[in-house]
Write a protein that binds this ligand. Structure first.
Ligand code: FAD
Ligand code: NAP
Length: 512
């Protein structure tokens, strides 16, 4: 929502650093009961619990980018689920640390039968530690233990790892027994003896995470036996000594859980180049560390993290290719050691201004990928429509490349690209060249603020415009319409398409 002047994230950061008492408790931390939490449920007096910690968000109301009403949905309650649904990537601990009231008090109630069973199981598995924690009122740790038990119980035995060594190599083997394993599904980082290898298995992931017994060289190899789903990570020993153990397991080692239950993992990447795309948009190229194996899948985004005025700020961005390939006979070019972003610099943007001030050689933290788009949605498509507004073009780049290079039944791809002015159009030359080169591809530019000389289409997204521009090439052709841009653009687009008779399966909206 539009925020009032003086209510930007930067203004919020300034307020939190001003020394003002934002909780009304003069720095005291308290234990909050459910009844007490429920009393603080108005805009003027609003407390919210996230992961067992209670925040007084009253002073934050006017600064919330999603608006006061969104925040009020969690007023006086545990807002953890709501928070996770909307933006689990936002670093609330850092942003709201001055609003911390305290933690939830454990409520001693007679546990229902089911819970009793879990408590008994937990006690057995964790050597009665739960009982001790319950007795001492340490509710948060009980929750952590319950989560660990959930993970433990949900770990099917078919996921496992093994390791062996030669004089100079350590090979870690992960058996997923999943067909069609590929490099995008293996995210591995090895820095300062800490090895983290995450294998993506649909909505879950399997993790090997250890502090290695001895030092290894920075770079490593990943080999994948696609048909049997075997993944090998081959490390080179720093010294030719025999290892007795692989290393010390970290907290989430050898777990198989839902991806959304894992915290975001970041690695530091170095800015290699920054080139102008238009008057306000730049192409950033970052180099991944030597000890990282990461390929962002088509249609997915990552989070970039910077410390701005002492506060961690995180924003999502969609990696793309450095240019639009024109030849699809060769296998598509992979990011490899580099990751590219096309980013619009807003004159009053907190994050993009800081990005624009990065010097070549500076570092930024880049998370592992996220996003709901699956290549299988486009694998059998005949007509692909891409509706993009402004930088909403970014996910379309890899998608376009994937469709033209790998979808054998594809007949047409049409990009309908909405911008304000002619000078805002991203990669116009490349898109026009591609349209000339490949007869399956067509691009249409639509401007909302054109000059009188503009001969192309003008206007905003609307039902009539979509019914005119989005048409199946044959009566029953299999169609996919992907849409990305400012949230209202995307929401309106989806609604118009529904009204025009397209089904949910025939659309994909890119969102956070
Ligand atoms: P803020 O400080 O948050 O806002 C400053 C001003 O900038 C606002 O008042 C407004 O005028 C303008 N502004 C800020 N954000 C937006 C917005 N989202 N839409 C319209 N106007 C805005 N951006 C890219 O440039 N490239 C990408 O590849 C990209 N990928 C994204 C992927 C996802 C999944 C999502 C949800 C967003 C993506 N964005 C992308 C947008 C990006 O995350 C930031 O919102 C944007 O860079 C602005 O951040 P800021 O901190 O500079 O602006
Ligand atoms: P912009 O230049 O402000 O606008 C581009 C086009 O979109 C213009 O034609 C504009 O028309 C139209 N538009 C803007 N707001 C609209 C609205 N409310 N309703 C209908 N049409 C609207 O766009 P931008 O600054 O580049 O912003 C791009 C957006 O894409 C950002 O919000 C970014 O977060 C989002 N994005 C999302 C993802 C993702 O994966 N979810 C990826 C990349 C970018 P008007 O002149 O009429 O406004």
């Amino acid at each position: 929502v539009p925020l009032k002047p003086g209510r930007s994230l930067m203004d919020w950061i300034r307020l939190t650093k001003s020394g003002k008492d934002l909780t009304g408790l003069q720095g005291r931390l308290i234990e909050v009961t459910e009844d007490e939490l429920a009393k603080h449920n108005t805009k003027e007096n609003c407390w919210i619990c996230i992961r067992g910690l209670v925040y007084n968000v009253t002073p934050y109301m006017e600064y919330h980018p999603g608006g006061e009403d969104e925040l009020m949905r969690a007023a006086g309650t545990d807002g953890t689920d709501l928070f996770d649904q909307v933006h689990r990537w936002v670093n609330y601990e850092s942003m709201l640390k001055e609003c911390l009231v305290g933690r939830m008090a454990f409520k001693p109630v007679a546990a229902p039968k089911g819970k009793c069973l879990i408590f008994i199981l937990l006690s057995i598995v964790f050597n009665n530690s739960v009982q001790y924690l319950v007795n001492t009122g340490n509710f948060i740790q009980v929750q952590i233990l319950m989560l660990q038990l959930k993970e433990y119980m949900s770990l099917p035995s078919r996921y496992s790892y093994d390791w062996f060594q030669t004089d100079d190599l350590i090979t870690i083997v992960i058996y997923t027994k999943k067909k069609d394993m590929n490099a995008e599904l293996v995210i591995a980082d090895c820095q300062d003896k800490r090895l983290r290898a995450e294998i993506i298995l649909d909505d879950h992931s399997y993790l090997v995470e250890v502090v290695l017994e001895h030092a290894v060289q920075d770079d490593f190899a990943v080999h994948i036996a696609e048909k049997v789903g075997k993944v090998e990570i081959i490390l080179t020993k720093e010294d030719n000594i025999q290892w007795k153990v692989l290393g010390r397991p970290l907290e989430s080692h050898n777990t198989f859980i839902e991806r959304t239950d894992r915290g975001l993992f970041y690695r530091k990447c170095q800015l290699v180049s920054k080139t102008e795309v238009t008057h306000d948009t730049k192409l950033f190229c970052f180099m991944l560390p030597k000890g990282t194996h990461l390929q962002v899948p088509t249609g997915q985004h990552v989070y970039l993290k910077q410390i701005i005025a002492g506060t961690e700020v995180v924003k999502p961005y969609t990696p793309l290719l450095p240019f639009l390939p024109l030849d699809f006979k060769e296998p598509s070019c992979q990011e490899g050691a580099h990751i590219y972003f096309m980013i619009k610099i807003y004159s009053c943007g907190l994050f993009t201004q800081a990005l624009d001030h990065l010097q070549i050689g500076d570092y930024i933290s880049v998370s592992s990928p996220e996003g709901s788009f699956k290549k299988s949605q486009a694998q059998t498509v005949e007509d692909l429509f891409l509706l993009a507004a402004g930088t909403g073009f970014t996910p379309m780049v890899k998608l376009l490349n994937f469709a033209l290079a790998e979808v054998s039944c594809l007949r047409t791809v049409k990009l309908i690209f909405f911008n304000k002015k002619e000078e805002d159009i991203l990669w116009r030359n490349q898109l026009e060249q591609l349209a000339l080169k490949d007869e399956r591809f067509e691009v249409q530019f639509i401007l909302s603020e054109p000059t009188k000389d503009w001969l192309g289409k003008r206007g905003k997204i609307s039902s009539s415009l979509l019914s005119e521009c989005v048409k199946r090439s044959r009566k029953d052709s299999k169609v996919l319409i992907c849409i990305c841009g400012p949230t209202p653009f995307t929401e309106q687009g989806v609604q118009y398409l529904k009204d025009l008779g397209y089904s949910q399966e025939e659309m994909h909206a890119f969102t956070a």
